[in-house]
Write a protein that binds this ligand. Structure first.
Ligand code: ZN
Length: 156
């Protein structure tokens, strides 16, 4: 079956950055399943998969504008420690959910200096070129419910 909108596609993939560092990998675990055309995965990967079918292997290099976007330095902020009231031990690498007019996103603590906490609201993969090695495991029709919901239901 050919990958097109309203198909449920299952892939195994390995994601590396330009330094060859493995960022994510599905092999050994469950394949990633998504509804094609529903914006479940980044646009650059979704468009590369269109027209492929089960058993196909592909290498895709996705620029930031087709991936998680460019880094935005305005999303890096220094905050006073009292903003994190209730968090006992703030450390670099901690992540918090932040709510704004743009919706919910994750901020990461990047520096802790006394009373000043630096946080970064960029997606961890923003600004990076993403290199995917993909193998298409399965393609099936999405159910009416999956199409309505825009996501995959286990066992169809
Ligand atoms: Zn659902």
């Amino acid at each position: 079956m050919i990958i097109a909108d309203q198909k449920v596609v299952s892939i195994h993939y390995k994601l590396t950055n330009d330094d060859g560092l493995v960022i994510q990998e599905s092999s050994g675990g469950e394949p990633l399943s998504y509804v094609h055309g529903a914006g479940n995965i980044i646009p650059g990967l979704e468009s590369a998969l269109a027209g492929k079918s089960t058993g196909d292997k592909l290498s895709v290099s996705v620029d930031p504008d087709e991936g998680y976007g460019a880094r935005n330095d305005a999303l890096v902020q220094e905050l006073p420690r009292e903003v994190f009231e209730g968090v006992e031990d703030i450390q670099e690498g901690m992540q918090f959910q932040a709510h704004s007019e743009q919706g919910t996103h994750v901020i990461t603590v990047t520096k802790v200096e006394g009373e000043r906490i630096t946080v970064d609201g960029n997606h961890p993969l923003a600004g990076q070129t993403l290199n995917f090695e993909v193998e298409v495991e399965n393609v099936r029709d999405a159910t009416a419910e999956e199409i309505a919901h825009g996501h995959v239901h286990k066992d169809g």
